[in-house]
Write a protein that binds this ligand. Structure first.
Ligand SMILES: O=C(O)CCC(=O)C(=O)O
Length: 283
């Protein structure tokens, strides 16, 4: 066999292919044609490409990429395994990394979340990283509440389903948050990661590290408005009861394209339950 036999030349060869603009899957196919097992070829290509991205980030003063939850395998099934429930993929984008999911929650689960949260709602706050405090802010006009992780059977069931779907440990997730938006309420576009340049960020990261993914799950279908918007991608997700939008961000930087918001509710109300996943164990 050729140059692909020993690791160092293989890695150099993959690097050359990447620099020449060859698609990763083409590189894998070429390796398979040389006798590599598909899974081993993918592992090596992934590893080399990750190394190149880290080098590039360092050279350009950008944060380095981290692993992220990945509900969909490249070329895999469009019916994802949520353990107790199969979850269909309705749409996905590569950049930003967004996956729209159908029927992640049953109608009964949605109604139960609303019933459990309703009496505990308070005006939502926004964490001001410069000041290190959480405050009511005009950019966020919803009401909300947090469950602690594993607080009740419903939370435990959904947390286990999300952990299975995303192949990300339950312990790396924050408690579920329920939000209610009345008519006209919105959440203006923002990023969910904590900006490393802000003074309050280090304290937040001490518990669980950075956020790396968000899952916004719709508990009802508003009469009009209330889409989850990704303005930099010109992409909007319709809030439909039981459906969800997953998005991941491999570094705390706008280059992830994950600026998103909740558009104003035009008629009716909008309820969501949101899960944020961290890079490490969250207490
Ligand atoms: O309500 C939505 O559609 C988006 C919610 C959101 O942006 C968030 O909770 O970070």
């Amino acid at each position: 066999m050729s140059t692909l036999e020993s690791p160092a030349p293989v890695r150099e060869w993959i690097t050359e292919q990447a620099r020449a603009g060859r698609e990763p899957l083409e590189v894998v196919a070429a390796m398979v044609a040389e006798g590599w097992q598909q899974d081993e070829a993918i592992t090596v290509v992934q590893d080399v490409l990750h190394g190149l991205l880290v080098e590039h980030a360092r050279a350009n003063g950008l944060p380095e990429p981290t692993p992220v939850p990945e509900p969909m395998e490249a070329g895999g099934s469009h019916l994802l395994d949520g353990g107790d429930r199969k979850v269909p993929v309705l749409a996905y984008l590569r950049h930003p990394r967004v996956v729209v999911l159908g029927g992640l929650l049953s109608d009964e689960e949605c109604d139960e979340f609303i019933a459990l949260a309703r009496t505990r709602l308070q005006r939502s706050e926004t964490f001001l990283l410069d000041e290190g405090v959480s405050q009511v802010h005009e950019a966020r006009t919803s009401e909300g509440m947090f469950f602690t992780r594993g607080e009740n059977a419903l939370c435990r069931r959904l947390e286990a389903r999300l952990a299975k779907l995303c192949a990300w440990p339950v312990e790396f997730g924050e408690g579920l948050q329920v939000l209610r938006y009345g008519p006209g309420a919105e959440y203006k576009p923002h990023f969910d990661y904590f900006d490393p340049a802000k003074s309050g960020t280090a304290g937040i990261l001490a518990n669980g590290g950075q956020r790396v993914a968000s899952i916004v799950m719709y508990l009802n279908t508003p009469d009009a408005g209330g889409e989850t918007t990704f303005p930099d991608a010109g992409f909007k997700v319709a809030p439909v009861k039981g459906n969800a939008v997953f998005f991941s961000y491999d570094r705390p930087h706008p280059m992830t394209g994950t600026r998103h918001g909740g558009a104003p509710v035009v008629a009716g109300e909008k309820w969501v339950v949101t899960k944020w996943l961290r890079l490490g164990e969250f207490h």
